[in-house]
Design a protein around this ligand. Structure first.
Ligand SMILES: [Zn+2]
Length: 286
């Protein structure tokens, strides 16, 4: 498929971690040289492009502006864009590079303006190269730190369409995966905050970073497990809760409840107090 090729010299899609060299974390976009976007040089470049696809796409976009680096910025037609999130530029041989910083897929972008790669480049379909193309959008990056605040791993949330999601791990140096580190050994999400919380404070432990963030936002002192419901944080990961008052708040499903019950079994010997919160009212909607 045309859309899945990475461009030499351009960052591969972060979504396609399986093909990304492990030593190359999220590299910044390479500069495209020191071309000016005004004057004769620009005219020459456009002439060189001829019937190239870049102008064809630009014609269909709103808010088009040249940028100092010789690219174009425009409002992305594929999402509700209020400041230009779409970068466009041409590469060698009339290739067009599209990149929505909100993560829209290039096909969605073209479709939103009624274009198709086949319409755009009939003789050169193989030359339509996508800067970044994937159905998966990176929607959050959570930093998992130890109780002293050292970054241990990054947990990236990816979403596709309206209701598909997945997570993937990176090491603190940007490499994908956990290099054999067991999930159970990872610190709880938010561990670095605990040292600042009063000794007697009630701490809520939930499943996952997103739930943790939601509780933090409304003023709870919250931590999250990062193992998924099928895993269990190790005693080592939980020991920073020694002497603390902890409320376990499971996801409202069987796997979530079992997950927190296993956490409770470990915590009961170290925490000052362990309770499992059950939201009875939620059951009637389940
Ligand atoms: Zn977009």
């Amino acid at each position: 498929m045309v859309g899945s090729r990475a461009v030499e010299g351009l960052p591969a899609s972060p979504v396609r971690g399986d093909t990304q060299p492990p030593h190359r974390p999220h590299t910044p976009r390479p500069a495209t040289g020191c071309r000016s976007v005004v004057g004769a040089e620009q005219a020459e470049r456009e002439e060189h492009l001829g019937m190239g696809g870049l102008e064809r796409i630009l014609e269909h976009l709103e808010g088009v502006k040249p940028t100092p680096s010789g690219e174009y910025a425009a409002l992305c037609p594929a999402h509700d864009d209020h400041e230009p999130s779409l970068s466009l530029r041409e590469a060698e041989e009339g290739k067009v590079l599209l990149h929505c910083h909100a993560g829209c897929d290039y096909q969605d972008i073209l479709e939103a303006v009624g274009l198709d790669t086949k319409d755009l480049f009939p003789p050169h379909v193989e030359n339509v190269v996508l800067w970044r193309s994937s159905d998966w959008r990176l929607t959050a990056t959570y930093e998992v730190k130890d109780p002293e605040g050292r970054l241990v791993a990054l947990h990236e949330r990816l979403e596709k369409g309206a209701d598909e999601k997945k997570y993937r791990w990176r090491l603190s140096d940007g490499r994908y995966g956990l290099d054999g580190m067991p999930l159970a050994s990872l610190p709880l999400y938010g561990s670095e905050r605990v040292k600042n919380w009063p000794r007697e404070a009630l701490i809520v432990l939930v499943e996952g970073e997103k739930a943790t963030e939601a509780l933090l936002k409304v003023g709870f002192r919250a931590l999250g497990t990062v193992t998924g419901a099928s895993g269990t944080p190790s005693a080592e990961s939980l020991k920073m809760l020694r002497g603390r008052r902890v409320v376990l708040w499971p996801d409202n499903d069987e796997a979530g409840r079992e997950h927190m019950e296993r956490v409770a079994e470990t915590l009961v010997d170290m925490a000052a107090e362990v309770r499992i919160y059950t939201w009875e009212e939620a059951r009637s909607y389940a």
